[in-house]
Design a protein around this ligand. Structure first.
Ligand code: ATP
Ligand code: MG
Length: 492
């Protein structure tokens, strides 16, 4: 195998060897090299103790040294350690260091993750086959496409419940199938309530990886099959089996959403938006009886989900906050959910698109189109954005064009106005103020009228301008309707 390693990794390994220590590439990077995949990160293991590692690499961060982990640049250097007692299904209560790489590999979760490459080779990173250390048959399992724990799966899951989610994640990322004993342990995980004590952050990190993985749809279905959804996304439980009696829909709300996730680009924002866009449908479902077409024929039922996008935006916000996602992601996803039902009739005016841009930002407006596309893909609709989506897109493009043409110089005020209003001398503050005003006008929070801009300058003062430059849209408008915009940028 030819291992191509980043220079930083090679340098760290060389330094460890010069100092008389062993250096191994371990974990996911070995697995990914064997698969020809780009690794997510590179972990090195060494027999040197953490203090020694920190001493060898000035500037290294050893703050996690209690667990034998020293961050050298962007590379984790871990001191070899053996399996130890778990007191809380999370972190081992003690860390026992070892010189045995085999002992270190034995504590790892899956055979495919329990391989090491001894970086003994001289500087050319040509790694001979025999330096691959694979005591648990990781290569065999990779070749056979099997995900198998190192040791008894039930015991390994009980030690650290995160491994349950990691199993689902690795199957989704690597396209492996569960070893029968692992599948059996997964089936028991729910009744053993293993996931109950996991922290929101650890669950979040695995869910994030699952959602952008190639096999994400099957992973989501696995959460239901193994009754784990309740523990990780209880808010989604009512979606499962929630039937929609509507000619446009083929699946229940959950399966429709899973298919929407699969149909959308694998970015975290879009995947969450696709998963949660209909999250409030179960709570909003009403039934309409449709009288039989002729006497004696069965009565038909049709479902409606009035305002599910409004309630859904709230649920999405709650889910993502519970999982401690950053606030920008919370706002973007809940905004996409809020607006995913947008309609755009032929006579809808561009002001409607502007309102959506105002609520979601320009990038968010284009993401909304992707959500529409995925929503349609997952239903009986033909693919594409649909006529409403196409009309919305036309208006978005026009707004983009106009924005591009509308520069600082098109403002009805200039630097002299700033200096005069604020009583300041020439300097960088003037550019900052003008850019802030420009942004406000682009975002249609201010009309480009001289008297309005001068009043804004006078009222806001210098601090206000700086803050406004960085400000985000706080509250999306509650209704998107076709009405003329208030003030708007010249040229739009
Ligand atoms: P990726 O970097 O793509 O997420 P990875 O396999 O490198 O995959 P990491 O989370 O980076 O996963 O962990 C590095 C290695 O540490 C794993 O390959 C595995 O050997 C070990 N490991 C990580 N988490 C656990 C765990 N909860 N239990 C046992 N071993 C683990
Ligand atoms: Mg890794």
């Amino acid at each position: 195998m030819r291992l191509v390693l980043p220079d930083e990794v090679l340098r760290i390994a060389a330094r460890l060897r010069q100092a008389g220590h062993a250096a191994y590439l371990v974990g996911g990077a070995v697995r990914d090299a064997l698969l020809g995949r780009e690794p997510h990160d590179h972990d090195l293991a060494t027999d040197a103790h953490p203090e020694r590692v920190a001493a060898l690499f000035p500037g290294a961060r050893a703050d996690d040294a209690a667990f034998g982990r020293v961050l050298v640049g962007g590379v984790d250097v871990l001191t070899l350690r053996r399996e130890s007692q778990y007191k809380d299904r999370r972190r081992p209560s003690v860390v026992a260091f070892t010189r045995s790489v085999r002992a270190d590999l034995a504590r790892r979760d899956f055979t495919v993750n329990a391989m090491a490459v001894d970086l003994r080779a001289p500087e050319t990173p040509e790694v001979p086959g025999e330096s691959l250390i694979d005591p648990f048959g990781g290569v065999r399992d990779l070749e056979a496409g099997v995900l198998r724990t190192v040791g008894d799966p039930a015991r390994r899951f009980a030690e650290d419940a995160l491994r349950v989610l990691r199993a689902i994640r690795f199957r989704a990322e690597l396209g492996l199938s569960y070893h029968p004993r692992l599948a059996e342990a997964l089936r028991r995980a729910a009744s053993d309530r293993l996931l109950a004590d996991l922290s929101a952050e650890r669950i979040r990190d695995e869910l994030s990886r699952i959602l952008v993985a190639i096999g994400c749809a099957d992973a989501l279905r696995d959460l239901v099959r193994y009754r784990l959804l309740q523990a990780v996304l209880p808010e989604c439980m009512p979606m499962v089996g929630c039937e929609q009696f509507n000619p446009m829909h083929l699946y229940d709300v959950w399966e429709h959403s899973v298919r929407a996730v699969q149909a959308i680009s694998p970015t975290l924002t879009l995947r969450w938006a696709a998963l949660l866009h209909d999250v409030a449908k179960p709570a909003c479902r009403t039934f309409e009886r449709i009288p039989p077409e002729r006497p004696g024929a069965p009565e038909q039922v049709r479902t409606h989900f009035y305002a599910h996008e409004v309630q859904g935006a709230e649920v999405a916000r709650a889910v993502l906050r519970r999982l401690r996602y950053p606030e920008w992601l919370v706002a973007r996803v809940s905004g996409l959910v809020r607006h995913h039902m947008f309609s755009y009739a032929p006579d809808t005016r561009a002001g409607s698109a502007r309102r959506i841009v105002l609520a979601l930002s320009m990038g968010g407006a284009f993401e909304l189109l992707e959500v529409r596309h995925a929503d349609r893909q997952a239903s009986r609709w033909p693919s594409g954005y649909g006529r409403d989506g196409e009309r919305f897109l036309t208006h978005l493009r026009a707004i983009l064009d106009a924005r591009e043409r509308f520069t600082l110089r098109d403002l009805t005020i200039d630097g002299h106005d700033v200096m005069r209003t604020w009583g300041i001398a020439p300097g960088p503050a003037i550019g900052v103020a003008l850019r802030a005003v420009h942004q406000l006008v682009l975002d249609e929070k201010l009309p480009n009228r001289r008297e309005d801009l001068l009043r804004w300058l006078a009222e806001e003062g210098r601090g206000g301008a700086a803050a406004a430059g960085a400000a985000e849209v706080a509250d999306p408008p509650q209704h998107v309707e076709a009405s003329a915009p208030r003030g708007h940028a010249r040229g739009s």
